[in-house]
Ligand binder design. Structure first.
Ligand code: KG4
Ligand code: ZN
Length: 336
């Protein structure tokens, strides 16, 4: 396609209200993110109804700001892409309803985007990086290993059978009194801890070695904390945080190593909120050096939820002719 394509992305699947304008799927002209963390913090996690209401309150301003920052009017936008699955249903409905109204009023094609796919597409923002590659998507709701053969051509090689990696970070952080969101809090505490002080077990899943399981690890940390408290032993939060983080990172890296060997991948990529984790990046860098393959990490701002990645995905769906009609619905679960 020779003509430039400007995509407006809209993301409201969880606790970030975000809108972005991306040129030709790659160049980020704006990426406005309104985080609701403050509203949910006191409850120790995302409260779905509060999230929906906050999206409703902010969506118009966030989209307006994204257009303003890109120095564009809605007339100049070519495509509107919106996350329509998976996520909190009430939260998704705000974005989808808004995008439908805007698409109808401005007469622009509408594209429903899978949020997990969006995380993978974050790898293409502001770079020339391209498929094929092996991608580990680790977020608050998902832990998936994908073989990315081409744009829109993904095959799941492994996934979590219980908790997602981010969920484990959030639950352990809560038990340690580190607050929400847990990932960044654990990372920070871990910097002052000894990651070899406690050995936490990570489940190996018999028969499907590329799947993950983090609920046993979470329980092991909770049991350890209870046992130490019962014995009257003071727990060093930083050591627990560091040891837990090491266990998660090792499990993610081990399955990824297996997957690289299985499909003979020559390039590795990370995606999702947990991909912001410095210890995980360090381990993946080491893994890529050990295996003699390339590795790519999206900038941190594109790892956690944002609309630029949705606009990027929307652009490639658009090139593929995957345009949604006005019956576009929102779904809590993923279609893959
Ligand atoms: O992708 P994301 O923003 O939202 C979902 O799609 O779920 O991921 C959020 C998750 C949360 O569980 C959060 O604790 C985790 O990503 N996270 C991190 C870090 N930053 C965010 N986990 C570990 N280390 C981090 N630096
Ligand atoms: Zn996400």
């Amino acid at each position: 396609m020779s003509k430039d394509v400007l995509t407006l992305g809209i993301e409201t699947s969880c606790d970030e209200t975000s809108a972005a304008v991306v040129l030709n799927g790659r160049k980020v002209l704006s990426n406005i993110i309104f985080s609701q963390i403050e509203a949910h913090k006191k409850f120790g996690g995302v409260v779905p109804e509060l999230a929906s209401r906050a999206h409703l309150e902010k969506i118009c301003y966030v989209v307006e700001e994204a257009l303003k920052k890109a120095n564009l009017s809605i007339k100049e936008i070519n495509v509107i892409a919106v996350t329509n699955r998976p996520g909190l249903i009430g939260a998704l409905l705000v974005g989808v309803s808004y995008a439908k109204g805007l698409s109808y009023a401005a007469k622009k094609p509408l594209i429903g985007v899978n949020h997990i796919a969006g995380h993978i597409y974050a790898n293409f923002l502001e770079t020339n990086f391209s498929p094929p590659f092996l991608c580990l998507v680790v977020s608050g709701g998902h832990s998936h290993l994908f073989r990315v053969d081409d744009y829109g051509k993904f095959k799941i090689l492994g996934k979590t059978i219980d908790d997602a990696a981010g969920e484990a970070f959030d639950k352990v952080a809560r038990a340690l009194g580190l607050g929400y969101p847990g990932g960044p809090a654990i990372q920070k505490a871990a910097e002052a801890g000894n990651e070899d002080s406690i050995t936490f077990p990570v489940a190996q899943i018999k028969g499907s070695e590329l799947d993950f399981s983090f609920s046993g690890l979470k329980t092991a940390v909770l049991n350890y904390l209870n046992q130490q408290r019962q014995k009257g032993i003071m727990v060093k939060t930083e050591d627990v945080a560091a040891s837990f983080q090491k266990a998660v990172v090792k499990a993610l890296a081990e399955n990824t190593r297996q997957a690289v060997m299985q499909i003979k991948a020559d390039t590795l990529a990370l995606a999702g909120g947990v991909a912001a984790n410095k210890r995980l990046r360090q381990e993946f860098l080491k893994l890529s050096q050990d295996l003699g393959i390339k590795v790519h990490f999206p900038p941190v701002e594109f790892c956690t939820d944002n609309a630029a990645m949705i606009a990027c995905a929307g652009y490639y769906y658009f090139l593929d002719g995957k345009i949604s009609d006005f019956s576009l619905d929102a779904y809590a679960v993923s279609d893959f």
